[in-house]
Design a protein around this ligand. Structure first.
Ligand SMILES: *Cc1c(COP(=O)(O)O)cnc(C)c1O
Length: 428
C-alpha cells in the first residue's frame, strides 16, 4: 500500500504548520505513523491522496451524521453561496435555524450562533458567571469543552482538587476558578458544593461523555446534578456539542429527561461547516449584548453557508425513523465486535449509546476518566493500524468515539466486523 503522497504532504505541512496539523489529534500521536491526507469523501467513505479508500468512523469527529458530501446539504450550500458567503448583517436563515433548535430542544428559549464549540462553552460560562455573579465552575475529569483557558483543566490527584492547568500558557489564577469532579460520582460533586457552593456559577458536563471515550451517565447522575445545582443557585450547563442531534433530535437532555439551564451545541448543528451555538432560558440569554451587558460577538457568527448546511442537516434528521436506524447500526457494530472479542478471547469493553461507540481494551468497566485511562493503549494502536490496513478508518486515539452515520450500510458494518475479526485472529 503506497503512502507516498501522504508522506510527502505531511513533510511539507510540518515545515509551515506546527505538527503539520491544525488540530493535534489529526497527527496520530496516540497511535503512531503518518496521518493520511484526505482527498475526498462520499457517504460512508473517504479516499486519501494515495487513492486508498476507507470506511470512515471518524466523521470529522462527529458532525457528519449524514455521511460525507450529502447531496441535499451540498445543494443548499450551492444555492446560498451564489448569493454571497457572508454579510456581517442578519439573514433570515439564522432565524429559521434558531426557531428549529428551540423547537427541537425545549430547554432552549433563545440562543446565539457562534463558529465553534469552544466559543459556545466559553460564552456560556461567561454568561453563567454574569448571571450568578459568581466565579467558580465545576467540570468533570475527562470531559472536554474546547480549548478555552479555564476549561483546559482536569483533575490533579486526590479529591476536591483545585484545577491545575493542562497546558502551559494558562495562568494558575484562571485554572483555580475551575473545580474538577469525577464523572458518574455524585459524592465528588457534593463535596465541592459543601466547600465552595456559594461561589460556584456553573456545573458544565457532557451528559454522555464522548471525550474520554464514550461513557454514558449512571442512572441518577444527571438528575442529581440538576438537584444539586438548583438548590445552590448554580447553573447547569449541558455541553451537547457531540450529543446534540446525535442521540435524539432533542439531544441527551431529551433522552434522560433533564432540563439544563444552558446548552452548548456544535458539530452536527453545522452539518459539516463551522457552526455552534449556546442557548437556554430567556432570562439568562437576555443578558447578552446588545440586550444586556455581557459581551459576545463574532465576524462570521451565523454564517449563511454554515446555517444552510445546518438547516439542511436538521431537516433530513427530522425524517421518521432516523434515530432508530442509527441505533440499529450501532448495535450491529457493537454485537459484531463483541462476538469477535469473545471468539478470540480478547479482553475489552465496549461502551456505546446509539451511534457513538468506544472500545476500551484490557478493562472490564469504564465509568469515568480514571477507569478509561487504564485501558491498553498499545493494543489500541495495533487495532487502529490493523483496521486501517483493511480499509477501516477508526479514530486515531483511544479516548474518542467512533461514529456511525446514516450513510453507513449494513454491508459497511459487516465489512468492518470482518476486518476486526481478521485483525483479532492475527493478534492471538
Ligand atoms: C468538540 C467539542 C467541543 C469543542 O468544539 P470545537 O468546535 O472543536 O471548538 C466542545 N465540547 C465537546 C463536548 C466537544 O466534543
Amino acid at each position: 500500500m503506497s503512502t507516498r503522497k501522504s508522506t510527502q504532504l505531511y513533510r511539507r505541512a510540518l515545515k509551515k504548520i506546527p505538527g503539520g496539523v491544525n488540530s493535534p489529534v489529526r497527527a496520530w500521536k496516540a497511535v503512531g505513523g503518518i496521518p493520511k491526507f484526505i482527498r475526498r469523501g462520499k457517504g460512508s467513505h473517504i479516499i486519501d491522496v494515495d487513492k486508498k479508500k476507507y470506511i470512515d468512523f471518524v466523521a470529522s469527529w462527529g458532525p457528519l451524521i449524514l455521511g460525507h458530501a450529502n447531496r441535499s446539504v451540498l445543494r443548499q450550500l450551492e444555492q446560498v453561496a451564489k448569493n454571497g458567503t457572508t454579510f456581517g448583517a442578519p439573514t433570515e436563515g439564522e432565524i429559521k435555524l434558531a426557531e428549529a433548535v428551540c423547537r427541537l430542544v425545549p430547554s432552549i428559549q433563545k440562543l446565539r450562533l457562534v463558529s465553534s464549540g469552544t466559543e459556545a462553552t466559553m460564552s456560556a460560562i461567561r454568561l453563567a458567571r454574569a448571571y450568578t455573579n459568581r466565579t467558580k465552575v465545576v467540570k468533570f475529569d475527562g470531559c472536554y469543552h474546547g480549548h478555552t483557558d479555564g476549561l483546559l483543566v482536569k483533575a490533579g490527584s486526590g479529591v476536591a482538587t483545585l484545577g491545575l492547568p493542562d497546558s502551559p500558557g494558562i495562568p494558575r489564577g484562571f485554572a483555580r476558578e475551575t473545580l474538577v469532579a469525577t464523572f458518574n460520582d455524585v459524592g465528588s460533586v457534593e463535596k465541592l458544593f459543601y466547600r465552595y457552593g456559594k461561589s460556584i456559577a456553573a456545573v458544565i458536563v457532557e451528559p454522555v461523555c464522548g471525550n474520554m471515550g464514550v461513557i454514558p451517565p449512571a442512572p441518577i447522575f444527571l438528575s442529581s446534578l440538576r438537584k444539586i445545582t438548583r438548590s445552590h443557585g448554580t447553573l447547569l450547563i449541558f455541553d451537547e456539542v457531540i450529543t446534540g442531534f446525535r442521540l435524539t433530535l432533542g439531544g441527551a437532555q431529551q433522552l434522560y429527561g433533564i432540563k439544563p439551564d444552558l446548552t452548548c451545541l456544535g458539530k452536527i448543528l453545522g452539518g459539516g461547516l463551522p457552526l455552534a451555538a449556546f442557548g437556554g432560558q430567556r432570562k439568562i440569554m437576555d443578558l447578552l449584548a446588545p440586550e444586556g451587558p455581557v459581551y459576545q460577538a463574532g465576524t462570521l457568527s451565523g454564517n449563511p453557508l454554515a446555517v444552510a448546511a445546518g438547516l439542511a442537516t436538521l431537516s433530513l434528521l427530522s425524517r421518521q425513523g432516523i434515530y432508530k436506524a442509527l441505533e440499529g447500526r450501532g448495535k450491529r457494530l457493537q454485537d459484531g465486535f463483541e462476538d469477535v472479542l469473545r471468539k478470540h478471547r480478547i479482553s475489552a469493553t465496549i461502551n456505546r449509546i446509539g451511534s457513538m461507540m468506544t472500545i476500551f481494551f484490557g478493562v472490564e468497566k469504564v465509568r469515568n476518566a480514571a477507569e478509561a485511562r487504564k485501558c491498553d493503549r498499545k493494543l489500541f494502536a495495533r487495532f487502529f493500524h490493523g483496521m486501517l490496513k483493511r480499509g477501516i478508518y477508526m479514530p486515531p486515539a483511544p479516548f474518542e468515539a467512533a461514529f456511525v452515520s446514516v450513510a453507513h450500510t449494513m454491508a459497511d458494518l459487516d465489512r468492518t466486523i470482518a476486518a476486526f475479526d481478521q485483525w483479532a485472529a492475527g493478534e492471538t
